[in-house]
Design a protein around this ligand. Structure first.
Ligand SMILES: [Fe+2]
Ligand SMILES: [Fe+2]
Length: 184
């Protein structure tokens, strides 16, 4: 068993099922948008491997892995679960740069991400277990229009949601949406 299987087996059933649904969406998006199936699946199955660690453990692990922590990540270490999981796979030499990038940025998004990384951000947000109002609409956009259209709309929706709860979006998320200028 590699790190993916080991860590996956330790996740709760709830989280495993979420990851499996994200993988199913990723496979569909990969088919439609001509992304590599194997990488799409690996990114999905690996994206939340560190999601159930405690905040303290995540912070310690991120420091051990040599990640630079921003103030917002020190204040909310759960933001580190993508970077930590990405580093685990990278250090185990599982997957490839686009897979690690996708996992790294799946919570915050970011400017100039690869199509695979945009697809993972979208798949994580629109998998059928999610219940927010725009979910079905965003799914349709992702499947029938473009990854970019779905990505920018999901970014805006996520920022709107965070702000409605008095939370600050990660600077990378602001940069991601700003990078689309007036197009979105
Ligand atoms: Fe996540
Ligand atoms: Fe997730």
């Amino acid at each position: 068993m590699g790190i993916l299987d080991d860590r996956f087996a330790q996740l709760t059933e709830h989280r495993q099922q979420h990851s499996i649904r994200v993988a199913a969406v990723m496979e569909e998006l990969a088919e439609i948008h001509h992304l590599p199936q194997k990488e799409a699946r690996l990114a999905a199955m690996g994206h939340d491997l560190a999601r159930e660690m405690s905040r303290d453990a995540l912070k310690q692990e991120a420091i051990r892995l040599g990640l630079d922590l921003l103030p917002i990540e020190l204040a909310e270490p759960l933001l580190l679960h993508g970077p930590v999981a990405a580093m685990w796979l990278k250090q185990a030499n599982m997957g490839s740069e686009p897979v690690w990038e996708a996992i790294y940025y799946h919570t915050t998004a970011g400017p100039n991400l690869s199509p695979l990384a945009k697809a993972l951000f979208i798949a994580d947000g629109i998998e059928p277990g999610r219940t927010f109002e725009l979910r079905a609409r965003l799914e349709k956009i992702a499947k029938e229009q473009s990854l970019d259209d779905a990505y920018v709309q999901l970014l805006k929706e996520t920022i709107r949601y965070l702000e409605s709860r008095g939370l600050k979006p990660h600077p990378l998320m602001i940069q991601a949406v700003t990078s689309y200028g007036k197009r979105g």
